[in-house]
Design a protein around this ligand. Structure first.
Ligand SMILES: Cc1cc2nc3c(=O)[nH]c(=O)nc-3n(C[C@H](O)[C@H](O)[C@H](O)COP(=O)(O)OP(=O)(O)OC[C@H]3O[C@@H](n4cnc5c(N)ncnc54)[C@H](O)[C@@H]3O)c2cc1C
Length: 431
Protein backbone atom coordinates (compact mmCIF):
# COMPACT_ATOMS: atom_id res chain seq x y z
CA UNK A 1 0.00 0.00 0.00
CA UNK A 2 1.33 3.42 -0.95
CA UNK A 3 0.39 5.22 2.26
CA UNK A 4 0.19 8.92 2.97
CA UNK A 5 3.07 9.20 5.39
CA UNK A 6 5.66 11.90 4.93
CA UNK A 7 8.45 9.91 3.22
CA UNK A 8 11.13 12.48 4.11
CA UNK A 9 11.13 11.32 7.70
CA UNK A 10 12.05 7.79 6.68
CA UNK A 11 15.55 8.60 5.45
CA UNK A 12 17.04 8.50 8.97
CA UNK A 13 15.95 4.88 9.35
CA UNK A 14 18.65 3.59 7.02
CA UNK A 15 21.35 4.15 9.63
CA UNK A 16 19.37 2.69 12.51
CA UNK A 17 21.26 -0.09 14.43
CA UNK A 18 19.30 -3.22 15.29
CA UNK A 19 19.21 -2.66 19.03
CA UNK A 20 19.50 0.48 21.13
CA UNK A 21 23.14 1.51 21.66
CA UNK A 22 24.33 1.05 25.25
CA UNK A 23 25.70 4.31 26.50
CA UNK A 24 29.31 3.19 27.01
CA UNK A 25 29.37 4.22 30.67
CA UNK A 26 29.47 0.74 32.11
CA UNK A 27 32.73 1.62 33.85
CA UNK A 28 30.92 4.15 36.03
CA UNK A 29 29.45 2.90 39.27
CA UNK A 30 25.68 2.67 39.04
CA UNK A 31 24.50 4.14 42.33
CA UNK A 32 20.79 3.38 42.51
CA UNK A 33 18.42 6.25 43.29
CA UNK A 34 17.11 4.92 46.57
CA UNK A 35 20.54 4.55 48.10
CA UNK A 36 21.84 8.09 48.04
CA UNK A 37 19.17 10.67 48.82
CA UNK A 38 20.65 13.97 49.92
CA UNK A 39 24.13 12.97 48.76
CA UNK A 40 24.68 15.99 46.56
CA UNK A 41 27.66 17.59 48.27
CA UNK A 42 28.38 21.16 47.08
CA UNK A 43 25.75 21.03 44.33
CA UNK A 44 22.75 20.95 46.67
CA UNK A 45 22.39 24.75 46.59
CA UNK A 46 22.13 24.72 42.82
CA UNK A 47 19.14 26.70 41.60
CA UNK A 48 17.59 24.41 38.95
CA UNK A 49 14.73 25.74 36.81
CA UNK A 50 12.48 23.38 34.85
CA UNK A 51 10.34 24.78 32.03
CA UNK A 52 7.08 22.82 31.67
CA UNK A 53 5.07 20.89 34.27
CA UNK A 54 4.23 17.93 32.02
CA UNK A 55 5.00 14.34 32.92
CA UNK A 56 8.74 14.71 32.18
CA UNK A 57 9.20 18.04 33.98
CA UNK A 58 7.37 16.89 37.10
CA UNK A 59 9.25 13.57 37.21
CA UNK A 60 12.56 15.44 37.02
CA UNK A 61 11.43 17.84 39.74
CA UNK A 62 10.43 15.07 42.10
CA UNK A 63 13.57 13.00 41.44
CA UNK A 64 15.74 16.08 42.09
CA UNK A 65 13.84 16.76 45.32
CA UNK A 66 14.64 13.20 46.38
CA UNK A 67 18.34 14.13 46.31
CA UNK A 68 17.83 17.32 48.30
CA UNK A 69 17.67 19.85 45.43
CA UNK A 70 14.96 22.52 45.36
CA UNK A 71 14.00 22.81 41.69
CA UNK A 72 11.42 25.34 40.49
CA UNK A 73 9.04 24.36 37.69
CA UNK A 74 7.61 27.10 35.46
CA UNK A 75 4.39 26.15 33.66
CA UNK A 76 2.50 28.21 31.09
CA UNK A 77 -0.97 26.94 32.03
CA UNK A 78 -2.84 29.03 34.62
CA UNK A 79 -3.85 25.83 36.46
CA UNK A 80 -2.80 22.19 36.20
CA UNK A 81 -5.98 20.53 35.02
CA UNK A 82 -7.69 17.45 33.66
CA UNK A 83 -6.22 16.97 30.17
CA UNK A 84 -5.46 14.01 27.96
CA UNK A 85 -6.58 10.41 28.12
CA UNK A 86 -4.75 7.09 28.44
CA UNK A 87 -1.00 6.60 28.79
CA UNK A 88 1.08 3.45 29.02
CA UNK A 89 3.56 3.18 31.88
CA UNK A 90 5.78 0.23 31.00
CA UNK A 91 8.15 -1.34 33.57
CA UNK A 92 11.08 0.85 32.48
CA UNK A 93 9.03 3.90 33.56
CA UNK A 94 7.37 2.20 36.53
CA UNK A 95 10.81 1.72 38.14
CA UNK A 96 11.13 5.51 38.25
CA UNK A 97 7.66 6.25 39.54
CA UNK A 98 8.06 3.60 42.25
CA UNK A 99 11.43 5.03 43.30
CA UNK A 100 10.14 8.60 43.61
CA UNK A 101 7.24 7.59 45.81
CA UNK A 102 4.33 6.79 43.51
CA UNK A 103 4.15 3.02 43.99
CA UNK A 104 0.94 3.14 46.00
CA UNK A 105 -0.57 5.77 43.72
CA UNK A 106 0.09 3.64 40.64
CA UNK A 107 -1.66 0.69 42.24
CA UNK A 108 -4.61 2.98 42.95
CA UNK A 109 -4.87 4.88 39.64
CA UNK A 110 -3.40 2.34 37.22
CA UNK A 111 -4.81 -0.73 35.55
CA UNK A 112 -2.40 -3.62 35.41
CA UNK A 113 -3.81 -5.87 32.64
CA UNK A 114 -3.19 -9.61 32.97
CA UNK A 115 -3.27 -10.20 29.25
CA UNK A 116 -2.80 -8.23 26.07
CA UNK A 117 -3.11 -9.22 22.45
CA UNK A 118 -2.96 -8.38 18.77
CA UNK A 119 -6.07 -8.88 16.64
CA UNK A 120 -6.53 -9.06 12.90
CA UNK A 121 -8.15 -5.85 11.59
CA UNK A 122 -10.74 -7.60 9.45
CA UNK A 123 -11.58 -10.84 11.21
CA UNK A 124 -11.00 -9.69 14.79
CA UNK A 125 -9.22 -12.97 15.46
CA UNK A 126 -6.77 -12.85 18.39
CA UNK A 127 -3.50 -13.90 16.74
CA UNK A 128 -0.85 -12.89 19.27
CA UNK A 129 -1.29 -13.23 23.04
CA UNK A 130 0.87 -11.18 25.39
CA UNK A 131 1.27 -11.83 29.12
CA UNK A 132 1.39 -8.75 31.27
CA UNK A 133 0.32 -8.57 34.96
CA UNK A 134 2.45 -10.61 37.33
CA UNK A 135 4.61 -12.05 34.60
CA UNK A 136 5.92 -8.53 33.83
CA UNK A 137 6.50 -7.84 37.51
CA UNK A 138 8.51 -11.04 37.85
CA UNK A 139 10.47 -10.50 34.66
CA UNK A 140 11.36 -6.82 35.08
CA UNK A 141 10.84 -6.14 38.78
CA UNK A 142 8.17 -3.54 38.02
CA UNK A 143 4.62 -3.67 36.71
CA UNK A 144 3.05 -2.54 33.44
CA UNK A 145 0.26 0.00 33.97
CA UNK A 146 -2.26 1.86 31.89
CA UNK A 147 -3.42 5.13 33.42
CA UNK A 148 -5.31 8.30 32.65
CA UNK A 149 -2.71 10.99 31.93
CA UNK A 150 -4.59 13.43 34.15
CA UNK A 151 -4.43 11.03 37.13
CA UNK A 152 -0.69 10.44 36.81
CA UNK A 153 -0.10 14.14 36.26
CA UNK A 154 -2.10 15.05 39.39
CA UNK A 155 -0.27 12.49 41.54
CA UNK A 156 3.12 13.76 40.35
CA UNK A 157 2.17 17.40 40.91
CA UNK A 158 0.81 16.65 44.39
CA UNK A 159 4.02 14.90 45.35
CA UNK A 160 6.21 17.75 44.11
CA UNK A 161 4.12 20.37 45.91
CA UNK A 162 3.88 18.34 49.11
CA UNK A 163 7.67 18.31 49.26
CA UNK A 164 7.96 22.02 48.45
CA UNK A 165 4.83 24.11 48.13
CA UNK A 166 6.66 26.78 46.10
CA UNK A 167 8.00 24.29 43.54
CA UNK A 168 5.48 24.85 40.74
CA UNK A 169 4.83 28.34 39.33
CA UNK A 170 1.84 28.29 36.98
CA UNK A 171 1.01 31.16 34.61
CA UNK A 172 4.67 31.41 33.59
CA UNK A 173 4.91 31.10 29.84
CA UNK A 174 8.58 30.90 28.91
CA UNK A 175 9.62 33.33 26.18
CA UNK A 176 13.41 33.35 26.03
CA UNK A 177 16.69 33.06 27.91
CA UNK A 178 20.14 34.59 28.13
CA UNK A 179 23.19 32.73 29.44
CA UNK A 180 26.30 34.22 31.02
CA UNK A 181 29.23 32.69 32.86
CA UNK A 182 27.35 32.39 36.21
CA UNK A 183 23.90 31.37 35.14
CA UNK A 184 20.81 31.85 33.04
CA UNK A 185 18.18 34.60 32.99
CA UNK A 186 14.72 33.39 32.02
CA UNK A 187 12.12 35.67 30.46
CA UNK A 188 8.41 34.97 30.56
CA UNK A 189 5.41 36.45 28.78
CA UNK A 190 3.75 39.12 30.95
CA UNK A 191 7.15 40.56 31.82
CA UNK A 192 8.36 38.23 34.60
CA UNK A 193 11.96 37.12 34.69
CA UNK A 194 13.94 34.71 36.89
CA UNK A 195 17.51 33.62 37.43
CA UNK A 196 18.79 30.02 37.56
CA UNK A 197 22.11 28.15 37.63
CA UNK A 198 20.78 25.46 35.29
CA UNK A 199 17.67 25.15 33.09
CA UNK A 200 15.92 21.96 32.03
CA UNK A 201 13.59 22.44 29.07
CA UNK A 202 10.62 20.10 29.50
CA UNK A 203 8.18 22.12 27.42
CA UNK A 204 6.97 19.42 25.05
CA UNK A 205 6.96 18.89 21.30
CA UNK A 206 6.73 22.63 20.48
CA UNK A 207 9.55 23.49 22.87
CA UNK A 208 10.61 27.11 22.94
CA UNK A 209 13.65 26.17 24.99
CA UNK A 210 14.78 23.86 22.18
CA UNK A 211 14.27 26.67 19.68
CA UNK A 212 16.40 29.00 21.83
CA UNK A 213 19.21 26.46 21.98
CA UNK A 214 19.23 25.03 18.49
CA UNK A 215 17.26 27.48 16.34
CA UNK A 216 13.89 27.19 14.70
CA UNK A 217 13.11 23.72 13.44
CA UNK A 218 9.41 23.39 12.86
CA UNK A 219 7.96 20.02 13.88
CA UNK A 220 6.83 18.16 10.75
CA UNK A 221 3.45 16.64 10.18
CA UNK A 222 4.24 12.95 9.74
CA UNK A 223 1.15 12.04 7.73
CA UNK A 224 -0.28 10.17 10.75
CA UNK A 225 -3.23 11.36 12.74
CA UNK A 226 -4.82 10.05 15.89
CA UNK A 227 -8.41 9.73 17.04
CA UNK A 228 -8.81 9.45 20.79
CA UNK A 229 -11.88 8.58 22.80
CA UNK A 230 -13.09 7.35 26.16
CA UNK A 231 -16.12 5.05 26.34
CA UNK A 232 -17.84 3.93 29.55
CA UNK A 233 -17.20 0.19 29.84
CA UNK A 234 -20.82 -0.32 30.89
CA UNK A 235 -22.02 0.99 27.49
CA UNK A 236 -20.41 -1.89 25.60
CA UNK A 237 -21.81 -5.37 24.95
CA UNK A 238 -20.28 -8.12 27.12
CA UNK A 239 -17.12 -9.60 25.59
CA UNK A 240 -16.17 -6.53 23.51
CA UNK A 241 -13.16 -5.76 25.71
CA UNK A 242 -11.39 -9.09 25.60
CA UNK A 243 -8.47 -9.22 26.26
CA UNK A 244 -8.49 -6.06 28.34
CA UNK A 245 -5.56 -4.53 26.42
CA UNK A 246 -5.51 -4.97 22.67
CA UNK A 247 -3.90 -3.68 19.47
CA UNK A 248 -5.44 -4.26 16.05
CA UNK A 249 -3.40 -3.42 12.96
CA UNK A 250 -4.30 -3.31 9.31
CA UNK A 251 -3.40 -1.57 6.05
CA UNK A 252 -2.97 2.14 6.75
CA UNK A 253 -4.59 1.96 10.18
CA UNK A 254 -4.25 0.65 13.71
CA UNK A 255 -6.46 0.75 16.77
CA UNK A 256 -5.34 0.35 20.39
CA UNK A 257 -7.69 0.11 23.34
CA UNK A 258 -7.33 -0.58 27.02
CA UNK A 259 -9.10 -0.06 30.32
CA UNK A 260 -8.38 2.81 32.69
CA UNK A 261 -9.88 4.22 35.92
CA UNK A 262 -10.58 0.93 37.66
CA UNK A 263 -11.96 -0.57 34.45
CA UNK A 264 -14.81 1.92 34.23
CA UNK A 265 -13.51 3.53 31.01
CA UNK A 266 -12.19 2.14 27.75
CA UNK A 267 -9.45 4.36 26.35
CA UNK A 268 -8.86 4.05 22.61
CA UNK A 269 -6.52 5.57 20.07
CA UNK A 270 -7.05 5.03 16.36
CA UNK A 271 -4.03 5.90 14.21
CA UNK A 272 -4.69 6.57 10.54
CA UNK A 273 -3.00 8.37 7.65
CA UNK A 274 -3.88 11.70 6.06
CA UNK A 275 -2.08 14.12 3.79
CA UNK A 276 -4.45 17.05 4.04
CA UNK A 277 -4.66 17.97 7.69
CA UNK A 278 -2.52 20.21 9.88
CA UNK A 279 -4.72 21.33 12.78
CA UNK A 280 -3.00 21.23 16.15
CA UNK A 281 -4.05 20.75 19.75
CA UNK A 282 -5.21 18.01 22.09
CA UNK A 283 -8.88 18.99 22.08
CA UNK A 284 -10.04 19.14 18.46
CA UNK A 285 -13.44 17.46 18.18
CA UNK A 286 -13.99 14.61 15.72
CA UNK A 287 -17.32 13.07 14.72
CA UNK A 288 -18.20 9.44 15.18
CA UNK A 289 -19.17 9.19 11.51
CA UNK A 290 -15.75 10.52 10.47
CA UNK A 291 -14.01 7.85 12.48
CA UNK A 292 -16.38 5.06 11.45
CA UNK A 293 -15.71 5.96 7.82
CA UNK A 294 -11.98 5.57 8.46
CA UNK A 295 -12.57 2.12 9.94
CA UNK A 296 -15.07 0.82 7.39
CA UNK A 297 -14.39 -2.85 6.71
CA UNK A 298 -12.88 -3.37 10.18
CA UNK A 299 -14.20 -6.04 12.53
CA UNK A 300 -17.28 -5.30 14.56
CA UNK A 301 -15.50 -5.00 17.95
CA UNK A 302 -13.65 -1.88 16.83
CA UNK A 303 -16.67 -0.28 15.19
CA UNK A 304 -18.84 -1.00 18.24
CA UNK A 305 -16.41 0.87 20.49
CA UNK A 306 -16.22 3.86 18.14
CA UNK A 307 -20.01 3.99 17.81
CA UNK A 308 -20.45 3.93 21.61
CA UNK A 309 -18.25 7.00 22.18
CA UNK A 310 -20.20 9.88 23.74
CA UNK A 311 -20.66 12.49 20.96
CA UNK A 312 -18.61 15.11 22.82
CA UNK A 313 -15.91 12.58 23.76
CA UNK A 314 -14.10 12.01 20.47
CA UNK A 315 -10.98 14.04 19.64
CA UNK A 316 -8.35 14.04 16.94
CA UNK A 317 -4.88 15.39 16.51
CA UNK A 318 -2.12 15.39 13.94
CA UNK A 319 1.14 13.64 14.83
CA UNK A 320 4.24 15.76 14.46
CA UNK A 321 7.85 14.88 15.00
CA UNK A 322 11.34 16.18 14.35
CA UNK A 323 14.68 14.77 13.37
CA UNK A 324 16.74 13.39 16.30
CA UNK A 325 19.15 15.97 17.71
CA UNK A 326 22.87 15.08 17.97
CA UNK A 327 23.12 17.11 21.21
CA UNK A 328 20.60 18.32 23.80
CA UNK A 329 22.68 20.80 25.83
CA UNK A 330 24.01 24.29 25.22
CA UNK A 331 25.94 25.79 28.13
CA UNK A 332 23.77 25.48 31.24
CA UNK A 333 20.57 24.50 29.49
CA UNK A 334 19.42 21.03 28.47
CA UNK A 335 16.27 19.29 27.22
CA UNK A 336 14.19 16.36 28.44
CA UNK A 337 11.01 14.57 27.31
CA UNK A 338 9.24 15.52 24.10
CA UNK A 339 11.29 18.71 23.90
CA UNK A 340 14.37 16.54 23.31
CA UNK A 341 12.84 13.60 21.42
CA UNK A 342 9.19 13.84 20.36
CA UNK A 343 8.13 10.46 19.03
CA UNK A 344 5.28 8.71 17.29
CA UNK A 345 3.07 6.74 19.72
CA UNK A 346 3.32 3.33 18.02
CA UNK A 347 5.59 1.83 20.70
CA UNK A 348 3.73 3.54 23.57
CA UNK A 349 7.04 4.96 24.86
CA UNK A 350 6.57 8.76 24.65
CA UNK A 351 5.74 9.32 28.29
CA UNK A 352 8.07 6.52 29.41
CA UNK A 353 11.08 8.16 27.74
CA UNK A 354 10.32 11.48 29.45
CA UNK A 355 10.00 9.68 32.80
CA UNK A 356 13.33 7.91 32.19
CA UNK A 357 14.98 11.28 31.39
CA UNK A 358 13.58 12.80 34.59
CA UNK A 359 15.24 10.19 36.78
CA UNK A 360 18.54 10.11 34.89
CA UNK A 361 18.98 13.89 34.82
CA UNK A 362 18.44 13.98 38.60
CA UNK A 363 20.92 11.15 39.17
CA UNK A 364 23.45 12.94 36.95
CA UNK A 365 23.23 16.06 39.14
CA UNK A 366 23.54 13.96 42.27
CA UNK A 367 26.63 12.18 40.95
CA UNK A 368 28.51 15.16 39.47
CA UNK A 369 30.78 17.83 40.92
CA UNK A 370 29.90 20.51 38.38
CA UNK A 371 27.05 21.59 36.12
CA UNK A 372 29.09 20.69 33.03
CA UNK A 373 29.76 17.21 34.32
CA UNK A 374 26.12 16.65 35.28
CA UNK A 375 24.80 17.69 31.89
CA UNK A 376 27.41 15.58 30.10
CA UNK A 377 26.58 12.51 32.18
CA UNK A 378 22.87 13.01 31.52
CA UNK A 379 23.18 13.35 27.76
CA UNK A 380 25.66 10.48 27.41
CA UNK A 381 23.36 8.20 29.34
CA UNK A 382 20.13 9.18 27.62
CA UNK A 383 20.57 10.47 24.09
CA UNK A 384 21.54 7.21 22.33
CA UNK A 385 18.59 5.34 23.80
CA UNK A 386 15.94 8.02 23.31
CA UNK A 387 16.98 8.80 19.73
CA UNK A 388 16.98 5.10 18.93
CA UNK A 389 13.46 4.66 20.29
CA UNK A 390 12.33 7.73 18.36
CA UNK A 391 13.43 6.20 15.06
CA UNK A 392 12.22 2.75 16.02
CA UNK A 393 8.76 4.24 16.59
CA UNK A 394 8.78 5.40 12.96
CA UNK A 395 9.73 1.93 11.79
CA UNK A 396 6.98 0.39 13.89
CA UNK A 397 4.46 2.79 12.35
CA UNK A 398 5.37 1.56 8.87
CA UNK A 399 5.33 -2.05 10.01
CA UNK A 400 1.93 -1.89 11.75
CA UNK A 401 0.28 -0.06 8.87
CA UNK A 402 1.77 -2.28 6.18
CA UNK A 403 -0.88 -4.93 6.77
CA UNK A 404 1.90 -7.57 6.64
CA UNK A 405 1.02 -11.01 7.98
CA UNK A 406 4.26 -10.87 10.01
CA UNK A 407 2.47 -8.65 12.53
CA UNK A 408 0.18 -11.51 13.46
CA UNK A 409 2.78 -14.21 14.01
CA UNK A 410 3.60 -14.98 17.64
CA UNK A 411 7.28 -14.24 18.21
CA UNK A 412 7.45 -11.90 15.21
CA UNK A 413 5.21 -9.09 16.41
CA UNK A 414 7.30 -5.95 17.13
CA UNK A 415 6.64 -4.09 20.37
CA UNK A 416 8.46 -2.16 23.10
CA UNK A 417 8.97 -5.47 24.84
CA UNK A 418 10.29 -7.39 21.81
CA UNK A 419 12.79 -4.54 21.27
CA UNK A 420 14.12 -5.01 24.81
CA UNK A 421 13.05 -1.55 25.98
CA UNK A 422 11.43 -2.74 29.19
CA UNK A 423 14.62 -4.30 30.57
CA UNK A 424 16.03 -0.93 31.64
CA UNK A 425 15.91 0.56 35.10
CA UNK A 426 16.60 4.32 34.97
CA UNK A 427 16.94 4.41 38.77
CA UNK A 428 19.92 2.04 38.59
CA UNK A 429 21.59 2.22 35.12
CA UNK A 430 25.08 3.75 34.98
CA UNK A 431 24.90 7.54 34.74
C1 LIG B 1 -2.48 18.73 27.28
C2 LIG B 1 -1.79 17.44 26.94
C3 LIG B 1 -2.54 16.27 26.81
C4 LIG B 1 -1.91 15.06 26.46
N1 LIG B 1 -2.66 13.94 26.33
C5 LIG B 1 -2.06 12.77 26.01
C6 LIG B 1 -2.83 11.57 25.89
O1 LIG B 1 -4.03 11.57 26.06
N2 LIG B 1 -2.20 10.41 25.56
C7 LIG B 1 -0.85 10.39 25.34
O2 LIG B 1 -0.28 9.32 25.06
N3 LIG B 1 -0.08 11.50 25.46
C8 LIG B 1 -0.66 12.68 25.79
N4 LIG B 1 0.10 13.81 25.91
C9 LIG B 1 1.54 13.72 25.58
C10 LIG B 1 2.34 13.06 26.62
O3 LIG B 1 2.00 13.54 27.90
C11 LIG B 1 3.78 13.38 26.29
O4 LIG B 1 4.09 12.94 25.00
C12 LIG B 1 4.75 12.70 27.20
O5 LIG B 1 4.21 12.50 28.47
C13 LIG B 1 6.04 13.49 27.33
O6 LIG B 1 5.80 14.53 28.24
P1 LIG B 1 6.55 15.90 28.32
O7 LIG B 1 6.45 16.30 29.74
O8 LIG B 1 7.86 15.85 27.66
O9 LIG B 1 5.66 16.87 27.41
P2 LIG B 1 4.17 17.39 27.64
O10 LIG B 1 3.33 16.38 28.29
O11 LIG B 1 3.74 17.94 26.33
O12 LIG B 1 4.35 18.60 28.69
C14 LIG B 1 4.93 19.85 28.35
C15 LIG B 1 4.51 20.87 29.38
O13 LIG B 1 5.18 22.10 29.10
C16 LIG B 1 4.26 23.16 29.15
N5 LIG B 1 4.76 24.21 28.27
C17 LIG B 1 4.81 24.20 26.91
N6 LIG B 1 5.32 25.35 26.47
C18 LIG B 1 5.62 26.10 27.56
C19 LIG B 1 6.19 27.39 27.73
N7 LIG B 1 6.55 28.16 26.69
N8 LIG B 1 6.36 27.87 28.99
C20 LIG B 1 6.01 27.10 30.07
N9 LIG B 1 5.45 25.88 29.96
C21 LIG B 1 5.27 25.38 28.70
C22 LIG B 1 2.95 22.53 28.66
O14 LIG B 1 1.82 23.28 29.05
C23 LIG B 1 3.02 21.17 29.35
O15 LIG B 1 2.51 21.22 30.66
C24 LIG B 1 -0.49 15.03 26.25
C25 LIG B 1 0.27 16.22 26.40
C26 LIG B 1 -0.37 17.40 26.76
C27 LIG B 1 0.46 18.67 26.95
Amino acid sequence: MKGLVNRSFLSALREQPRSWPRCGLADRPAVPYAQNPGNVAGMSQLNIAIIGAGIAGLTAARALQGFGFKPVVYEQAPVLGEVGAGLTVSPNATHVLNAIGLEGALERIGMCPERGGVKHWKTGELLVEISRGNEMREKYGAAYYQVHRADLHRELADLVVTTDEQAIRTNHSFKGLEQDSDGVTLFFEKGHSARADVVIGADGVRSRVREQLFGKDTPRFTGYMAFRGLVPFAHLPAGTIEPSSCLSTGPGRSFTRYLIRGGSLVNFVGLTERDDWREEGWSIRATIKEMLDEYSGWYEGVRTIIAATPPDGLFKWALFDREPLPEWTRGRVTLIGDAAHPMLPFLGQGAAMGIEDGMVVARAFAAADSVDEALRRYVEARLPRANWVMLESRKTALNYHSGREENFKPGKHVSAESLGLMAYNPAAVPV
